[in-house]
Design a protein around this ligand. Structure first.
Ligand code: FES
Ligand SMILES: [Fe+2]
Length: 379
C-alpha cells in the first residue's frame, strides 16, 4: 500500500458533514503516513512550541523536539527571538540541552561555539582546513514568528505569516491582552500514541457530559456546545461551551475573578479556539489556558498545558491557591482525556475499527479533517 492516503481513503471525509465518515485507521497507525504528514502537513505549518515569556531576557534559550526536528530558540542581544536547528555544523551534535541563560552555545563535542544569533564564533583547530569559513558555518536558521506571546516555527519556510493567518482571531481575543500575559503554570504530558487522536479530542465538545461527568461535564454539557458552521478557509476553528446554569464554576473567592474590559458573554460560556494543527486555548474571565500538541515522531507527542494571567495579578492575595487549584483541575481533565484517547488508539490497532460517522457536535473535527486531507492529497 502506498504511503500517501489514496483519494478513495479520503473520500469519506470530503462529503458534507451529515454524510461524511472519519479518516481511515491507518492515518493513525502507519508510520509511512507519518512521513507524508511530515512533508505535507507538519513542516509546512506553524508549530507553536513555546511562550515568549520563557525567553524574557537576552541569552535565554530553550530546546524542543518537534516534527522530527531538534529546535533551539534563543533571545539575542537585540531582543529578537530566533530559532535554529539544534544541530552542530561540524558533526551534528546538539549544541544546547534543556533551557537556561547563556552568552553563547559551545558544542560539547569539539567546542565549536555559536553566538545567540547562530553565528559561528569559534572553531578550534580548523586553521589548516582548506576553504573553511566560519562565516558560512553558522547554525541553520528556522523561520520563527511570535503571535500573542506564542512562539511558532515553520520548518519548511513556506507558511503564510502567522499574524496574517490569525488577524481575525486576534481581534476577537484583543481584550485579554494575551501577548502581555505571563505563564503561571506549565506541565507537559508525554504521550505514546498518534498526535491526531489527542488533537481531535481537544477540539470537540461532544464528550464533556460523558467523559468529564465527574469534573466539568455538568458545568459545560455537550448539549449546549457549538462551533461555527463555516470556516471560510481559515486554519482555525472555535468551540463554544455555554455554562449549564449560566454561571461558571465558582472561582476561588480571594482571587480577582474578572479582568476589566472583557465582553459581556464571557461569564456565560467558555470560548475555545483551535489553531491547526497544534495550538488550542480557551478564554476565561480571569485567565487564558492553552494546550499544545507537539508531534515528535510516529506514535509519540507531548501534550502541554499552560495557564496565562496578567503579570500584576500574580501579586494578588489568593493567587497561589488559585494556581494550585488550576493545576489540579488540569491533571484531572487530562487524565480523563488520556483514558479515552488511549482507548481510541487501542481500538484502531485491533484492526476491528472502520471509519465511524461524525456527530454534528464533532463539526470542528470534520473541519480539521478537511484541512488535513486537503494537505495530505497535495503531492
Ligand atoms: S560536533 Fe560540534 S564541534 Fe564537533
Ligand atoms: Fe476533554
Amino acid at each position: 500500500m502506498s504511503a500517501a492516503l489514496s483519494p478513495e481513503e479520503l473520500a469519506g471525509v470530503r462529503r458534507p458533514l451529515e454524510a461524511a465518515s472519519w479518516l481511515p485507521p491507518r492515518a493513525y497507525t502507519d508510520p509511512a503516513v507519518w512521513a507524508v504528514e511530515l512533508e505535507r502537513v507538519l513542516r509546512p505549518s506553524w508549530l507553536v512550541i513555546a511562550r515568549a515569556d520563557r525567553l524574557s531576557a537576552a541569552g535565554d534559550f530553550l530546546t524542543a523536539e518537534i516534527a522530527g526536528a531538534r529546535v533551539l530558540l534563543a533571545r539575542g542581544q537585540d531582543g529578537v527571538i530566533r530559532a535554529f536547528h539544534n544541530v552542530c555544523r561540524h558533526r551534528g551534535m546538539w549544541v544546547a540541552e534543556g533551557n537556561g541563560r547563556t552568552r553563547a552555545f559551545a558544542c560539547p563535542y569539539h567546542l565549536w561555539t555559536y553566538d545567540l544569533a547562530g553565528k559561528l564564533v569559534a572553531a578550534p583547530e580548523m586553521e589548516r582546513t582548506a576553504r573553511f569559513e566560519k562565516r558560512t558555518n553558522g547554525l541553520l536558521p528556522i523561520r520563527c514568528e511570535t503571535w500573542q506571546g506564542y512562539v511558532a516555527v515553520n520548518l519548511d519556510g513556506t507558511a503564510t505569516s502567522l499574524a496574517s493567518e490569525l488577524a481575525e482571531l486576534e481581534a476577537q481575543i484583543a481584550p485579554w491582552r494575551l501577548g502581555e500575559m505571563v505563564t503561571v503554570h506549565e506541565k507537559a504530558y508525554p504521550i505514546t500514541w498518534d498526535w491526531k487522536v489527542m488533537w481531535e479530542n481537544a477540539i470537540e465538545g461532544y464528550h464533556t457530559s460523558a467523559l468529564h461527568r465527574q469534573s466539568a461535564g455538568n458545568a459545560i454539557p455537550t448539549s449546549l456546545s457549538w462551533v461555527s458552521e463555516e470556516l471560510d478557509g481559515r486554519p482555525w476553528s472555535d468551540l463554544h461551551h455555554p455554562f449549564a446554569d449560566e454561571l461558571p464554576p465558582p472561582p476561588l473567592p480571594d482571587w480577582p475573578s474578572r479582568l476589566p474590559g472583557l465582553p459581556e458573554f464571557i461569564g456565560r460560556e467558555l470560548v475555545f479556539f483551535h489553531v491547526w494543527p497544534c495550538l488550542g486555548f480557551y478564554l476565561s474571565p480571569n485567565n487564558i489556558t492553552s494546550y499544545f500538541v507537539e508531534p515528535v515522531a510516529p506514535g509519540r507527542h507531548r501534550f502541554v498545558w499552560r495557564v496565562h494571567v496578567p503579570k500584576e495579578r500574580t501579586e494578588k492575595p489568593g493567587f497561589a491557591a488559585w494556581r494550585d487549584y488550576m493545576a489540579s483541575r488540569i491533571d484531572i481533565i487530562q487524565g480523563e482525556d488520556e483514558l479515552a484517547c488511549r482507548g481510541f488508539q487501542a481500538g484502531l490497532e485491533t484492526g476491528a475499527w472502520t471509519p465511524g460517522r461524525y456527530s454534528d457536535k464533532e463539526r470542528a473535527i470534520w473541519h480539521f479533517h478537511r484541512w488535513y486531507t486537503g494537505r495530505m492529497a497535495t503531492a
